[in-house]
Every structure is written in C-alpha cells, then in structure tokens.
Design a protein around this ligand. Structure first.
Ligand code: KIV
Ligand code: ZN
Length: 509
C-alpha cells in the first residue's frame, strides 16, 4: 500500500466559502477535531491576510502538536516572514508559499512576465527554507499553465529547497483523464521530482474535484489537499471524506492508504456544519443525511437480507451510529461522557457538566435523545461563544386569527433590551424585532429548516444566510422549537457578519 498524505485546508480555503468565517476559538476546536481524525497537515490560515488569521495560525501551531501546521504566504518575503512568525512555536510547522503560473494570471493579475514569476518563485522558496526545511510551493492555476514552463519552475523550486510541490486546479477546470496525464507528465519530466512529495489541490467547479484528485494519485501524487464537506472557494474543494473513503473502499484497485480514523468523519462533518452554518446537502456522499438511507422497496428488501447488496461501506465505518437511540431522561453521567467521547469531542470537566445538565433539560422536553441532539447541545452551549448579540428571551403569538407578534429580549454589547413587532408570520415577526434591537438590516438570502432527528419531538435545525453591503454570513442553530431555532440562527448569522466585517480578507488567489 502506498501512503497518501492528507492536507486539510478547511480552516483556510474552506473558510473562503461565502459566509463561512470562523473565530479563533472555533478554529482551534476544529483543529483539535482534525487531529483526532488523523490528518497529516492542516492549513490553519493565511497569517498576513488579517490579525485574526495570524492569531488563529499561531494558536493552532502552539497548541495542536500531533500534526503539521501550515500557514499560507504569497511569494513575498513579507508574507513568508509573517507566516513564520505565526508558525514558529509549532511542533512541525510548514510554510506554504504560492504564485500563479498560468499566462492568464501572470498577465492580468500579477502583471509579471514568466521570467519574473520564475525568479520570485525561486527566491521565495529560498527565503522560506531559511526558516524551515518543511516548505511547500504551489503553482496557482497550474491547470491552465503551460506544462513545459510548469516542469521547469517545479524543478527550480525543488532545487531551491521545496519539499512538497502542489499542483492546483484553482478554477475547477480539469477533466480526469487530462489531469491524470498532466500529473504523469510532471512526474516523468521533472528530473528531481523524487526529492519532493507531489500534491494536488482541486476545486469543484465542474463537480470533478474528487475524481481529479484520485486520478492524480494514480499518476503519482502522494498528497491531497481537501476540506471537510468539500467546503471552499466557490463550488468548494475536494471533499476529504470522499477521497479518503475511495481509498478505503477500493484498496485492491487503488493500493493506497491514509492514516485517517474514518469513524471521525461524520463528527468532523457535523462540527464544520455547526461552526460555519453551512448545511450539508442530504445527498452528499459519505456524510449526507441520505447517504445510508434506502427508499426503494427493492433496495430495502435487499438491505434487510444482506446490507452489502446496496451498501459499499458501513455507516459505522464513517462514524454514523445506526443504533442512534442512545440516551434519555434516566441516563447516567458515565453513559453520557462515553457518548461524547465517541462523537469525537474532548470536553473539559466544567463543559461536561454544562452539557449534562442541558441533556437533562432536553430529556424533559423530548423522550429520545439522538447523537444529533447531543451535538446540537455541544454546539449551542459549549462551542459557540458569546458574541456582540445574545438572545435572552423570546415570546411569540401566532395562529389562524391573530396577527403574528413577537417580543424579544436581547443583550446587545452587554446591555439588555426588549422590543415587540408584528410580522407576516412568527419567524418574520421575530426577525423584525431582532433587526430593531440590533440596528441591523441585512437581506435574508435563504432560510432552511430541517428536522435533524425523527418524530414530532425532533430538534429542528435552521440555517439562514444573510447579506449586508456585499458581505455574506451563515448562521445555523437547533432547538426543539422551530421559532427559537430560527431566532438563534439569525442572531448567530448577525454575530458572524460582525466578525466577518472586521476581517480584511484578501481577494482569493
Ligand atoms: O486554489 C488554489 O490554487 C489555492 C492555492 C493557494 C493552493 O488555494
Ligand atoms: Zn484553493
């Protein structure tokens, strides 16, 4: 079996998904989950892009020791110095520097000649290796670059000291066969290619990111850059869970393996969705709600006779518990702690107490507690930190003969205020009061509601997307009451919007 390195960029490229910004603490939680999942390298951020990114990369490099932590830098000494400043306390830091190599990018974006780009690439790698031998170099928009030029520049950056060379399909333009040939050509033509690990980084604009990553591996690449749930710039990146499970499910064909603990895939997917507010589409491979659901009679019949008739992997192998009826009113602390650990969370004593009493509260409202209920408790009560706006109290009247009215009490910058408003429906009334209390007038781009567990006592999960002055933000929340879940999701999106506005994101490379 050939070993494949998993480079997770959920915290960097993933965070570039519209509205998906994460705060420092959320990024640290995510990094700890990725460590448990067993990824080899995490790209924790782009240190020069904002003080928040710098802080996150530094915190993660300082605290998360069981993997390599990478920080992104353009091909400039200033970027590289800043990245190193953030990374230097890490156990195994990696500087990831990049420059565009396609004629389109060199001419229109960089306004540099190919020779100038060549020189900058080499100089930047030489500068980075003064800090660490663990340097990765990326040829942005490699997919639309001239292959001769690409081979020459790759040879030069390896000579300059790059230990990993990454070949990105930045715009999701590649078609599997052709992409496999490009990678094979690089493997065959670059004379010193054996001195570096070849990596691929594929975007999903044509829905081919996973396929392109797999053909690249077959052609000789040994590192895949990917994100949980495939989140990322535009249509996203290669989905980590897809590429990892392809290797696990088809070992005889691919003859490759990773060191991913696949039973953490689903908990990691839920955590990303909870933190970013980006829902997972139900038919998403591996981690979608329907990934193991069998609807057609013939399929159900087959699965009842033998699961392998229609299942190529077990739900347990990706961390989805099939006997998901777990806890109830009478469950003890031990069972609860056990469950939390199995779901992939590492909570401190005090946090466990908070979560346990929330479980008891919930068990008074609903009979059966599912894994998703527990995740929702952890996301709501522990992982989410107090922000500018906090919902304190909510009361709604609605029905067939009343005008929907909402009274809401909120803490805004530490001051508790209360207002009431009418609306077309109860959710509209609640959103109007929240807007009044916060002084915010975002446009509601989308509103989705889903029952995350079965039955009429299910927890509702609400996802909202809002937009203000061109800045987008997502919020997600769950509660047994759909109006409360909606209000929490809206407040969460508003808090994220505030956070996002403070971040001076650089235009995506
Ligand atoms: O898509 C891309 O080219 C990137 C690089 C910075 C690796 O994200
Ligand atoms: Zn990218």
């Amino acid at each position: 079996m050939e070993r494949v390195y998993i480079f997770d960029t959920t915290l960097r490229d993933g965070e570039q998904s519209p509205g998906a910004s994460m705060n420092v603490e959320e990024k640290l939680r995510m990094a700890q989950m990725l460590e448990r999942l067993g990824v080899d390298i995490i790209e924790a951020g782009f240190p020069i892009s904002s003080p928040g990114d710098f802080e996150s990369v530094k915190l993660i490099a300082d605290k998360v020791r069981g993997l390599q932590v990478a920080g992104l830098a353009r091909a400039s000494f200033e970027d590289i110095d800043r990245a190193w400043e953030a990374l230097k306390g890490g156990a195994d830091p990696r500087i990831h520097t990049f420059i565009a190599t396609s004629p389109i990018h060199m001419k229109h974006k960089l306004k540099l000649t190919p020779d100038q780009v060549f020189e900058q690439a080499v100089e930047s790698v030489k500068h980075a290796v003064k800090y660490t031998s663990n340097v990765e170099w990326s040829a942005e928009d490699a997919v639309r670059s001239d292959v001769d030029y690409l081979c020459r520049i790759i040879e030069a950056v390896i000579d300059a000291g790059a230990k990993t060379v990454n070949i990105p399909d930045t715009v999701g333009y590649a078609i599997p066969n052709q992409w496999g040939q490009t990678i094979a050509e690089i493997m065959n033509r670059v004379p010193n290619i054996d001195k570096a690990v070849v990596s691929v980084h594929c975007h999903n604009d044509l829905g081919l990111a996973t396929a392109n990553s797999i053909v690249a591996l077959q052609a000789g690449a040994r590192q895949v850059e990917c994100t949980i749930n495939g989140i990322g710039e535009r249509a996203g990146n290669t989905s980590l869970e897809e590429v990892v499970m392809a290797m696990k499910v088809r070992p005889a064909l691919l003859e490759m393996e990773t060191k991913i603990n696949t039973e953490y895939l689903y908990p990691a997917s839920r955590l990303v969705s909870n933190i970013t507010g980006l829902p997972v589409q139900p038919n998403k491979a591996i981690v979608g709600a329907n990934a193991f659901a069998h609807e057609a009679g013939i399929h159900q019949d087959g699965v009842l006779k033998d699961k392998s008739t229609y299942e190529i992997m077990t739900p347990e192998s990706v961390g989805i518990a099939t006997n998901d009826l777990v806890l109830g009113k009478h469950s003890g602390r031990h069972a609860f702690i056990d469950k939390i650990k199995r779901l992939g969370y590492d909570l401190e004593k005090e946090q466990l107490e908070v979560a346990f009493s929330a479980l008891k509260e919930l068990a008074d409202k609903k009979k059966t507690i599912y894994d998703e209920d527990i995740e929702a408790i952890i996301a709501e009560r522990i992982l989410r930190l107090p922000d500018r706006f906090r919902l304190v109290y909510l009361n709604v009247t609605s029905g067939t003969v009343t005008v929907p009215t909402a009274t809401v009490q909120m803490e805004v910058d530490g001051v508790v205020r209360q207002e009431a408003e009418f609306g077309d429906g109860p959710v509209d009334a609640v959103f109007s009061v929240i807007k009044k209390l916060t002084g915010k007038k975002p446009r509601l781009e989308s509103f989705n509601i889903a029952a995350i567990t079965g039955g009429t006592d299910a927890q509702a999960e609400v996802s909202v997307r809002i937009e203000e002055s061109g800045v987008m933000s997502n919020g997600q929340a769950s509660d047994t009451d759909i109006i409360v879940a909606s209000a929490k999701a809206f407040v969460r999106a508003l808090n994220k919007l505030e956070h996002r506005k403070q971040k001076t994101f650089m235009a995506h490379m």
